[in-house]
Design a protein around this ligand. Structure first.
Ligand code: FA5
Ligand code: MG
Length: 381
């Protein structure tokens, strides 16, 4: 399963060396399997589901807005902490800043965890209508809709006072209404009829803030976050009298609905049985699964310590099993009279491309058991 790890790669004309991004020191937490995804840029392949989706969204904006949205899809994913967090008002103590949630190259540099990292710089350089597509990186849980590298498209639109003054609404209500109309129209453009709902939420950079969920495979799946941009961001970046909306689409989640793709790992597959099913410009295609290979479940139980986190466990398992791991699920959690807490996780192994042998799975599970003890310092039960 392992992708080759190159010693250097090219990010939009800038050469990046492996040893600058993957280092064995405590200020760096980028593993090789993440480094190997940098520069792949699935969203720039016109015949890949993510590229097809990106182009379909471009088409929607081109057709519906006379005011052209500037499009960016080649901005480097290696950004400063300032761009990723400070510029979008993420509080100093927000969990998303932790080494548990974000990949740090060094204390001032991260792999962007969202395309919102580019809002401020693009506003400053005079953009008022823009779309930014890119690969984003997060330490996260493992299941069919979560992957540590995924793709987002940021949308941003600035309004000048004349635009809302004609409406008898205040600027914020006007922008919020326009935003929902825009995204509902996009959903109809992509899916036709689909069951969806708005959920109120919180982001540091928007107020009010919303998420859109789509009903997919018997569950509500969150596909995007959005809201009316905090005035402070506009003020700091040369737009003090205006209002704006912004959104961040989860491209894999939308593509899963659009093409009926059941598992997020498939986007990374080079298997021709996957890649040959899609072609540039074709939205109507439904993916025909070729993998009916059975999953294999292995449980692991241990006493946790204070430093244990689920993201650390997931990264360890991903590092050993790569895309052969389908899900890591906490199935039991209890604390005994002495105050010791035990967790039991169920790991589902399944290849998208072939049957796995018992030996192969047992070998993976032994490595997991071994490294859980040696690297996470937990006590197996
Ligand atoms: C954000 O990242 C905000 N920056 C979005 C935003 C932009 C809000 C502008 C307001 C204004 P969130 O963390 O919810 O929000 O992620 C956005 C989307 O990315 C989610 O709705 C989901 O579709 C997708 N996503 C999040 N985590 C993962 C993951 N691990 N794997 C795949 N997709 C993911
Ligand atoms: Mg969210």
């Amino acid at each position: 399963w392992k992708q080759p790890v190159f010693s250097a790669l090219d990010l939009g004309g800038v050469k990046v060396n492996r040893e600058d991004v993957v280092r064995d020191d405590p200020t760096n937490n980028v593993p090789d399997n993440i480094f190997s995804k940098l520069g792949v840029q699935l969203h720039r392949r016109d015949q890949h589901p993510l590229g097809i989706l990106k182009n379909a969204i471009y088409q929607y904006f081109d057709e519906n807005y006379s005011n052209k949205f500037n499009k960016f899809d080649d901005l480097s994913p290696i950004v400063s902490v300032k761009e990723n967090f400070d510029d979008v008002l993420v509080p100093e103590d927000h969990v998303s800043r932790s080494y548990n949630d974000t990949y740090y190259v060094d204390p001032q540099t991260v792999l962007r965890c969202h395309t919102s990292a580019h809002q401020a710089e693009l506003l400053r350089s005079g953009n008022t209508h823009f779309l930014v597509t890119g690969d984003v990186y997060r330490r996260d849980s493992i299941d069919s809709t979560h992957y540590p590298v995924f793709h987002q498209m940021e949308g941003f639109r600035v309004f000048v006072p004349e635009e809302w003054e004609a409406s008898e609404m205040d600027g914020t209500s006007f922008a919020a209404a326009d935003l929902k109309k825009c995204l509902e129209g996009l959903a109809r453009h992509l899916f036709g009829a689909v069951e969806m709902r708005w959920v109120d939420t919180y982001f540091p950079f928007t107020n009010p803030s919303f998420e859109l969920e789509i009903y997919f495979k018997e569950k509500w799946m969150e596909v995007l976050g959005c809201g009316v941009t905090e005035q402070e961001i506009l003020k700091r970046n040369g737009q003090p009298n205006n209002v704006a909306w912004a959104f961040g689409l989860g491209l894999e989640r939308l593509a899963m609905v659009l093409f009926d793709i059941p598992d997020i790992r498939l986007f990374w597959s080079n298997d021709e049985r996957f890649t040959s099913q899609f072609s540039a410009g074709q939205l109507g295609v439904k993916f025909k699964p070729f993998s009916k290979y059975p999953p294999c479940y292995k449980d692991i139980s241990f006493w946790i310590n204070e430093s244990f986190t689920e993201n650390n466990l997931c990264e360890l398992v991903r590092g050993i099993a790569g895309d052969l791991v389908e899900e890591v699920q906490l199935i039991d959690d209890f604390t005994n009279k002495k105050g010791m807490t035990s967790h039991c996780y169920r790991i589902a192994y399944r290849s998208m491309e072939r049957s796995l042998t018992d030996d192969e799975i047992n070998d993976l599970q032994w490595k997991v058991r071994d490294q859980v003890q040696s690297k996470l310092n937990v006590v197996l039960r």
